[in-house]
Write a protein that binds this ligand. Structure first.
Ligand SMILES: NC(=O)c1ccc[n+]([C@@H]2O[C@H](COP(=O)([O-])OP(=O)(O)OC[C@H]3O[C@@H](n4cnc5c(N)ncnc54)[C@H](OP(=O)(O)O)[C@@H]3O)[C@@H](O)[C@H]2O)c1
Length: 277
């Protein structure tokens, strides 16, 4: 089984982003990404730090706005202010959000031109309609990895496990826009193993460590593991059991080092694109 090197893909994207950021700076624009963090969740903090580090390497300024137990009105107000700030080019709102605050609702307050994580209803609607837009970066990372692996998607049996608005649904829409035959699974899918085992391309975004094992994987499948589950030793585990995938999958994205670094690189690519106007 081949391990797909997300870090190498991210490094390629990052060199494009660095060049674009340099050009923007010499033209007097300081490309800036604002990250709203409404939670103290450990996995989120890890992810935000990785974006900040990547931004610093690429010459993109990052600005983190930590909110403590905000309500929906507070999150919306911060997103509105950042969207109206001409020195900010990209605005993202991290999940999970506090109980009662829905990303689908608060993200409506992000200007779609600055919505570099494709979270607003406008961006998602455009994605569903097949119109140009910023797609959610994690979903876009899934496609970027499949493209760079040379996986032919047209007509391919593809299964996405997970239907969140941030990952599963947009990944399914992007795959559909590329003419894959897409099945979306979730917690109420009957006989999940059998459905997954029919997939030539299996995308897993469930949020349960090592949830997918050998029995879910068709021999020769390409498996993209989106899961990032914190482990007791301070590391990260994917949603796919690598030992189960070994000997069945043709290729697998490792965790860490697969989808995560590509996601961060694409957020920055989207930010320099937004800064170009
Ligand atoms: N690498 C990255 O850049 C990146 C970015 C974002 C997220 N992530 C990671 O990706 C994972 C998923 O994130 P998310 O935000 O999409 O999570 P989420 O909002 O919790 O959604 C999880 C999805 O998995 C489904 N699910 C849960 N248990 C299941 C089961 N037993 N069988 C089948 N489906 C099941 C849920 O189904 P229902 O809809 O029926 O509840 C839901 O659709 C997490 O580990 C997260 O940390 C990684």
């Amino acid at each position: 089984m081949k391990l797909i090197d997300g870090r190498a893909v991210a490094a390629d994207i990052m060199s494009e982003v660095s060049a674009a950021a340099r050009d923007l700076r010499s033209a007097g624009t300081d490309p800036t990404l604002a990250i709203v963090v409404p939670t103290r969740d450990e996995a989120t903090a890890w992810y935000v730090r990785s974006i900040e580090r990547a931004a610093a390497r690429a010459g993109v300024t990052s600005r983190v706005e930590n909110l403590h137990d905000p309500d929906a009105a507070e999150v919306a107000e911060v997103l509105r202010k950042l969207s109206a700030d001409p020195s900010v080019h990209g605005v993202i709102c991290q999940t999970p959000l506090p109980d009662g605050v829905l990303l689908e609702e608060v993200a409506a307050h992000i200007d779609p031109r600055k919505d570099v994580d494709g979270a607003s209803p406008t961006s998602l609607g455009r994605l569903a309609a097949g119109l140009p837009t910023f797609a959610p970066a994690t979903a876009a990372a899934v496609l970027e990895l499949l493209h760079r692996e040379g996986v032919a998607l047209t007509g391919t049996r593809t299964v996405v496990v997970g239907r969140s608005t941030v990952v599963g649904k947009p990944a399914a829409l992007l795959l559909l826009n590329e003419h894959a035959t897409v099945t979306v699974c979730h917690s109420r899918t009957a006989d999940l193993e059998t459905v997954c085992a029919e997939a030539d391309v299996l995308v897993v975004a469930v949020g349960r460590p090592h949830f997918v094992g050998a029995e879910h994987i068709k021999p020769g499948a390409v498996v993209i593991d989106v899961g990032t589950n914190p482990t007791d030793d301070g590391g990260l585990a994917g949603d796919v059991d690598p030992a189960g995938a070994e000997g069945r999958a043709a290729s697998l994205t490792p965790v860490p080092g697969g989808v995560g670094p590509v996601t961060a690189a694409l957020l920055l690519r989207h930010t320099v694109t937004a800064a170009r106007g």
